[in-house]
Design a binder for this molecule. Structure first.
Ligand SMILES: Nc1ncnc2c1ncn2[C@@H]1O[C@H](COP(=O)(O)OP(=O)(O)OP(=O)(O)O)[C@@H](O)[C@H]1O
Ligand SMILES: [Mg+2]
Length: 240
């Protein structure tokens, strides 16, 4: 049974219909990929599922644990176990990385002691010890911001993770760290959706499904070989 079912999702942004009936199911313990041309609506899908303001859902449902997430405010969706890793992580001045993570983990029900055990382990795993006292994402390089997103993922242990281009701008070593965190999460039972343009990251994770979004709809659904075909031949392979 899917951990997240998106059914007939229609979303408009700035008055323009971007998603026009998206159907997608994420299975627990599996890694899925979402590919599609620039501007096809991949980030719109992730942001609207997370409840970002300005994304008007005009039709559809997104069921997690038997409940439709879409009427809930963003913090309730996160509390229920939905995580969004941003394509462009925002810089938050005046809030340290450690304090941000401590508060976020408390919202997910993790006590003080649990956090103080898991936090050093997580920053060690993602090699982010030097960022401990820094303001969240402020002045971080592109690749460092992506690692900070994955650090949140590692600590929050969501049921569903939507990761918007976790591989963009990261070096080969960081890519392996990020892929390792994604693998661990899926092994722990989460349903993961990686939005990406490149099959490269997909070589490092146990990929099960590939969805292709085009024109505001899922136009193709296949196995890992679909990502390689797109990588080699572009989106013509799904347009026929
Ligand atoms: N505020 C807005 N007003 C009007 N159009 C918008 C707005 N925000 C997004 N769009 C449009 O929605 C479409 C989908 O954008 P989205 O960011 O979801 O694409 P994407 O598939 O994630 O692309 P990329 O691969 O480049 O990240 C684009 O055509 C974009 O210009
Ligand atoms: Mg995008």
């Amino acid at each position: 049974m899917p951990v997240l079912s998106v059914e007939d999702l229609h979303v408009s942004v700035g008055g323009k219909p971007v998603l026009r009936g998206v159907d997608l199911a994420l299975e627990p313990g599996r890694v899925h990929a979402l590919m599609g041309p620039n501007g096809s609506g991949k980030s719109t899908l992730a942001l609207s599922l997370a409840g970002s303001p300005g994304y008007a859902v005009t039709r559809g449902r997104a069921i997690l644990d038997g409940q439709d997430l879409l009427p809930l405010p963003p913090n309730e969706r996160a509390r229920k176990g939905l995580f969004l890793g941003f394509q462009y992580p925002p810089e938050i001045e005046g809030v340290s990385l450690r304090e941000f993570l401590r508060l976020a983990c408390a919202e997910r029900g993790q006590g003080f002691c649990e956090f103080h055990k898991s936090y050093p382990q997580a920053i060690g795993q993602l090699r982010m010890e030097a960022f401990d006292g820094r303001e969240l994402n402020v002045g971080f390089s592109g690749g460092e911001k992506k690692r900070a997103e994955l650090l949140q993922l590692y600590l929050l242990r969501p049921k569903v993770a939507l990761l918007d281009e976790p591989d963009s701008g990261v070096d080969v070593d960081a890519l392996k760290l990020i892929a390792g965190a994604i693998r661990d999460l899926a092994e722990g039972g989460a349903g993961v959706l990686i939005i990406t343009h490149y099959p490269r990251i997909l070589d490092h994770v146990p990929l099960s499904d590939v969805f292709v979004l085009d024109g505001g709809r899922i136009v193709e659904h296949g196995g890992p070989e679909l990502a390689n075909r797109i990588g080699e031949q572009g989106f013509e392979v799904v347009r026929g």
